[in-house]
Design a protein around this ligand. Structure first.
Ligand code: SF4
Length: 167
């Protein structure tokens, strides 16, 4: 059990978080590193620092470099201007949401109290697909919080938020 506030990797070989992708058991090593992060009380701060610091390698906050990139893209998409789409759907109109706007629309409607079932019907998506999008929205929202908290304590970070980090 990790003490509150202490990283779960405190007594772990750091190499574990930088698995060699040429090894046959690379995936198992990634899974093993992620399982340590899963139990870490500071995983959000760890992720935020890695993102703000533009870490290119290693598993931080339970995310691989590719996953951090995908998470940042999702976080950026959450900021898309989708007011028109949300209003149309709220009025019960049919509206084909662009794939790149889907996260922001689901976020907007969920925050207005829409259930998964209602989203599924309005967006013409299977329930499982909506659930997956909602999970991505939650992870992206948590990433934005982690980034903003990290920005307040890290020096020399980009001022343009996730969009600038993604460049
Ligand atoms: S989240 Fe970060 S600090 Fe925590 S165990 Fe993983 S690598 Fe270590």
């Amino acid at each position: 059990m990790t003490a509150p506030g202490h990283p779960a990797c405190r007594d772990v070989d750091p190499e574990i978080f930088f698995p060699d992708h040429t090894l046959r058991d690379h995936n198992e090593r990634v899974t093993s590193a992620k399982s340590i992060c899963l139990a870490c009380p500071i995983s959000a701060a760890c992720l935020g620092r890695a993102v703000v610091g533009r870490e290119k390698d290693g598993i931080w906050g339970g995310y691989t470099p590719l996953e951090r990139r995908a998470l940042l893209r999702d976080a950026h998409r959450l900021g898309h201007e989708v007011g028109y789409a949300v209003r149309r759907l709220e009025l019960g109109h049919q509206y084909r949401v662009r794939p790149t706007d889907l996260l922001a629309v689901v976020h907007g409607l969920t925050s207005r109290g829409w259930s998964v079932e209602k989203l599924s019907a309005a967006l013409d998506l299977p329930l499982q697909a909506v659930l997956k999008v909602r999970q991505r929205v939650q992870a992206a929202t948590a990433c934005l919080v982690a980034v903003s908290e990290a920005e307040s304590i890290c020096d020399g970070v980009p001022s343009g938020g996730v969009a600038e980090i993604l460049e």
